[in-house]
Design a protein around this ligand. Structure first.
Ligand code: COA
Length: 184
């Protein structure tokens, strides 16, 4: 999608999401900038950090009603409700309200992939978790899984989702829940 193709509604949704992240006291955002390109940002990651029981009490599992706000009108909402509902159920069961660091987003600009930026970001999250003696947690797509394994994450549960139920023509997707123990 080019910048011109982003509708005003999409732009507003992105701005709303950014404001929400900025206001979230538990969210830490890391970015990678290329110093050879006038510090252009080429990758970023966000982590939720719940340092102790008190903070972990604040964890909010999004309610299904929020999904439209979260995803906008480009997706099949019925499908999203089913998928995210199941995802959040597993997450609540596995992590509960215990202190941890959670990788929530990771992306490298397609033009800059396979240069080590993704690894740098996941390592920064792991260092943060180690410094706080916290367990880390993430949901891995197939794209990210190899990177996470390399950095010490292990699989704890798999959620399979069959998009063909909603007319999709791709094989069932597998979302892996992975965790990493602190090194010290
Ligand atoms: C997943 C993602 C973040 C990885 O980002 P990245 O910056 O390309 O990650 P890295 O460069 O650190 O590592 C990716 C691969 O490049 C390789 N690599 C790193 N530096 C390299 C270099 N200088 N030359 C060649 N290969 C290199 C790594 O070894 C790794 O290879 P492997 O997957 O075969 O082990 C990126 O593909 C992405 O944004 N995907 C879309 C969004 C997404 O799927 N996010 C993850 C959700 S779980």
């Amino acid at each position: 999608m080019s910048a011109e193709e982003i509708s005003n509604k999409e732009r507003e949704r992105a701005e709303r999401a950014t404001k929400e992240w900025e206001a979230n006291p538990f969210m830490k955002i890391f970015k990678v900038a290329d110093t050879d390109l006038d510090n252009e940002m080429i990758a970023f990651a966000s982590f939720l950090v719940y340092k102790n029981d008190e903070e972990a009490k604040e964890i909010k599992i999004r309610h299904a009603d929020d999904i439209e706000n979260l995803l906008g009108d480009r997706v099949n909402l019925e499908m999203a409700r089913d998928f995210l509902g199941r995802l959040w159920e597993v997450k609540a069961r596995l992590v509960g309200k215990t202190p941890h660091v959670q990788l929530t987003q990771l992306a490298t600009s397609p033009r800059h992939q396979r240069r080590g930026a993704g690894q740098l970001l996941v390592e920064s999250g792991a260092e943060l978790a180690d410094s706080l003696h916290l367990k880390s947690f993430l949901e891995a797509s197939e794209t990210g899984e190899k990177l996470y394994k390399k950095l010490g994450y292990t699989e704890v549960e798999v959620l399979e989702f069959d998009i063909r139920k909603w007319g999709g023509d791709v094989d069932p997707q597998r979302m892996k829940f992975m965790q990493r123990e602190p090194r010290h």
